[in-house]
Design a protein around this ligand. Structure first.
Ligand code: C5J
Length: 224
């Protein structure tokens, strides 16, 4: 067990039981010319998370610790897309329509895939999720249980939407989660700040917040 400096108090990291769960680092959310930017968002707010995620991912891979990736998206026939989600936002272009990198949030399309810097390796499960939370309508919980995982380092985008929803779902299922602030991103700086504060508030009512450098420091000396 290794203590990671964290808010609201140190996180008791057990590397062998701790998976790195990287949420929705998809081209359409992060890349210039993708759907996120088409909606007027500043993708640099998310792109700054790529490098620290890459470093954390390399540390997990070097130690052969569990790594999982998620992608938000839907079947090409949209049969798993709730009508309410399809029309939400009243945008002219919505999920399933043609976007700048293929059909928006549809599995198999270029924009739905994970950015090349963090591309999954064979053996790293990729969880295709139709919702914001990674546990809803997926086999994530079963995969984690089969691997003896009890702790999660949750990274990715966006802080206040899919990261938050996933961490809350994990909390309710009994996982301890640590969110490294430099590895999660929001298009909205104020949501980034408040999203992180909400996680660690009230004695860690949702979970813990830290920084990738602190996690890496705690891992030092463990086998790689
Ligand atoms: C959103 C996500 N924001 N991955 N997805 O629609 O946070």
């Amino acid at each position: 067990m290794r203590n990671v400096e964290a808010d609201p108090y140190p996180f008791a990291l057990e590397p062998a039981r701790c998976a790195l769960l990287i949420i929705d680092m998809q081209r359409d959310f992060l890349e210039p010319g993708g759907f996120g930017e088409m909606l007027g968002n500043d993708v640099s707010q998310l792109r700054r998370t790529i490098d620290p995620n890459r470093t954390l991912l390399a540390a997990w891979r070097a130690r052969q610790l569990p790594v999982l990736h998620t992608r938000e998206g839907h079947r090409p026939d949209l049969s798993d897309l709730p009508p309410a989600k399809k029309v939400r936002g009243r945008s002219k272009t919505t999920i399933g329509d043609a976007g700048p990198m293929g059909r928006i949030l549809v599995r198999g399309e270029a924009g739905h895939d994970i950015v090349p810097e963090l591309y999954p390796r064979p053996g790293e499960p990729v969880i295709d999720k139709p919702g914001k939370g990674a546990f809803f309508a997926t086999d994530l919980h079963a995969i984690l249980q089969h691997r003896g995982v009890t702790q999660l380092i949750v990274t990715g985008v966006t802080t206040e939407v899919c990261v938050h929803t996933t961490v809350r779902e994990a909390n309710d299922r009994g996982y301890d989660c640590l969110v490294p602030e430099d590895c999660v991103g929001s298009y909205f700086p104020e949501f980034q700040v408040m999203g992180l504060e909400m996680i660690a508030a009230q004695g860690g009512i949702v979970e813990w917040v830290s920084h990738s450098a602190r996690i890496l420091a705690a891992l030092e000396g463990t086998r790689s």
